[in-house]
Design a protein around this ligand. Structure first.
Ligand SMILES: Cc1ncc(COP(=O)(O)O)c(C=O)c1O
Length: 407
């Protein structure tokens, strides 16, 4: 098609039709909200309709959309430089300062950061480092665990139906029940690492027992397996502590972060001890690298985000806000409310019922969705800065939708 005709044609078909035609689709029924603007806890579509964001896209906008400090930091970095060469060769202020600040929030021995672009990549890096450092090949992960969609992360995913079309995947992966001390015997002297979400996200906000996580830590110590905690979703204050592992009095060997870390720009990292991370400098040299991991603009946004979180400590309000959701969502259709802080799941009878409720909520201006491994559960993961009046308003609308569902 010539350029003129192409432009004319593009103007004639709606944005939604173009979205469906030119963009890769990930499901047969996309939400298709045409986003115009996002600010704080609110999203606005092209018609000016306002939506309260109860999912933070997903668990990313922990301090709200376009936090002024984040926007300012991005502008500041824009004036200096964007991409140069970002992995471990040049000294970039925002990267160094961010790595130092991340380490200052973590206990010994977590004092060295490898920046990547996403949660999946943080997990890939942690898995590779574990193999390299231990000389072992076996990986243990958990049923209903989600760690990303790349081949390595997919290999350790705890949901077989998502894996079957993409085999062969990584060998020597063992997937066991989460929060079940009996299955810890699968961790042995051949195990390079155990990868667990501290709180399982896509399983529908599952909070493990403290005794279980402590037993997991102990089993890793006994066998020499490295404990990798995936805090991609449950980190950055979402559960009421900056890092979810703080609830359980354990320390991982490697922690993976992403999502909320970048404050709305793509950034991930894995953090471990300097001694362990040193393994990636040799045998082979450049054995793990990334063109964009630690991009200065993303690091500037992440640095501003972490400073806001550390200064304002919005996560300290998460318990109170969780309680408010629980008090205001006491409805007979809700079978249970799972989770901790602002990582919650409302359990319904079935996926079909949940989907009807979610669709009606969205129509009424509440953005929510379901979980990959818990399709009968509705996600409540708003920005941590959500105010009490906004929680009450959201619950009122959800309640109306549930009453209608009961009619
Ligand atoms: C716990 C967890 N780990 C890893 C990932 C993968 O992160 P990304 O989508 O940034 O690759 C996700 C994404 O939802 C996640 O929830």
């Amino acid at each position: 098609m010539d350029k003129y005709l192409f432009r004319l044609y593009s103007k004639m078909i709606s944005q939604k039709e173009q979205f469906l035609k030119y963009l890769a689709q990930t499901s047969p029924i996309p939400l298709s909200i045409e986003v115009e603007k996002a600010e704080g806890v609110w999203l606005f579509d092209k018609e000016g309709k306002k939506y309260l964001d109860l999912i933070s896209g997903i668990s990313v906008s922990n301090i709200g959309h376009r936090h002024p400090e984040v926007v300012k930091a991005i502008h500041g970095q824009l004036e200096k430089y964007l991409h140069v060469m970002v992995y471990g060769e040049f000294i970039l202020d925002t990267q160094v300062e961010l790595a130092r600040l991340i380490c200052s929030t973590l206990p010994t021995p977590l004092d060295n950061v490898f920046f990547v672009n996403s949660g999946s990549e943080a997990i890939e890096g942690a898995m590779k480092l574990s193999k390299r450092a231990t000389g072992r090949t076996k990986t243990v992960s958990f049923k209903n665990g989600y760690h990303g969609s790349t081949h390595g992360a997919l290999s350790i995913m705890g949901g077989e139906e998502y894996k079957n079309s993409f085999r062969p995947l990584l060998p020597d992966v063992y997937i066991v029940d989460f929060n079940d001390t009996d299955s810890l015997s699968e961790i042995d002297e051949r195990t390079a690492c155990v990868v667990a979400e501290t709180l399982q996200g896509e399983a529908g906000a599952i909070v493990p027992d403290t005794a279980y996580l402590q037993a997991l830590r102990k089993r890793c110590d006994e066998t020499g397996a490295l404990l990798v905690l995936d805090e991609v979703q449950c980190g950055m204050g979402r559960t009421g502590r900056l890092w979810a592992f703080e609830h359980f009095n354990i320390i991982p060997d490697i922690i993976a972060m992403a999502k909320g870390l970048g404050g709305g720009l793509p950034l991930g990292c894995f953090v471990t001890s300097k001694k362990l991370m040193q393994q990636l400098t040799h045998d082979p040299v450049l054995g793990h690298i990334s063109t964009f991991g630690g991009n200065p603009l993303c690091c500037a946004a992440a640095l501003a985000t972490l400073k806001v979180i550390l200064d304002e400590k919005p996560y300290l309000q998460a318990d109170k806000k969780e309680k408010l959701f629980r008090e205001n969502l006491n409805h007979p259709l809700i079978k249970s409310i799972r989770g901790k802080g602002l990582m919650l799941a409302l359990e319904f009878e079935s996926f079909e019922q949940n989907k009807r409720i979610i669709d009606r909520c969205i129509k009424k201006g509440i953005i929510t969705d379901w979980f990959l491994f818990a399709p009968n559960c509705m996600r409540i993961a708003p920005p941590l800065i959500i105010e009490e009046a906004e929680i009450k308003e959201a619950c009122k609308i959800i309640f109306e939708v549930l009453d209608k569902e009961r009619e």
